[in-house]
Design a protein around this ligand. Sequence first.
Ligand code: AMP
Ligand code: ZN
Length: 117
Amino acid sequence: MDCLFCKIIDGEIPSTKIYEDEYVYCFKDIAPIAPIHYLIIPKVHISGADQINGENSVMTAKVFEAAAKIAKSEGIESYRIINNCGDDAGQTVKHLHFHFLAGVKMGWGPESLGITK
Ligand code: AMP
Ligand code: ZN
């Protein structure tokens, strides 16, 4: 399948691995927007959060389980997990992924989410 993140999971495209288990893969975002910016993805191809269903929703639980493990192992006490679903929300890669952001004090509100009107 012509999917960038499937290729990263297969090792066809290089990445900086942070964590991996049977279900998920975590690697550094190539264009970090915070001191710590990882992407956590299920190993099965799901094109976006709008494709989560009763058959595959356990993968999302595995992503959050991995996030908690990663945070614990790196001593990260505070983090934000973001999913962009669809073009208006800013999804550029059509393989379900969760941004794991940490290492900085984060704001909350329309500006910090890129909502301009
Ligand atoms: P989104 O805009 O939510 O679809 O997020 C896609 C993310 O993938 C962006 O933050 C990109 O910087 C990141 N990205 C794109 N290509 C790569 C790559 N080859 N390795 C690591 N991260 C990537
Ligand atoms: Zn994929």
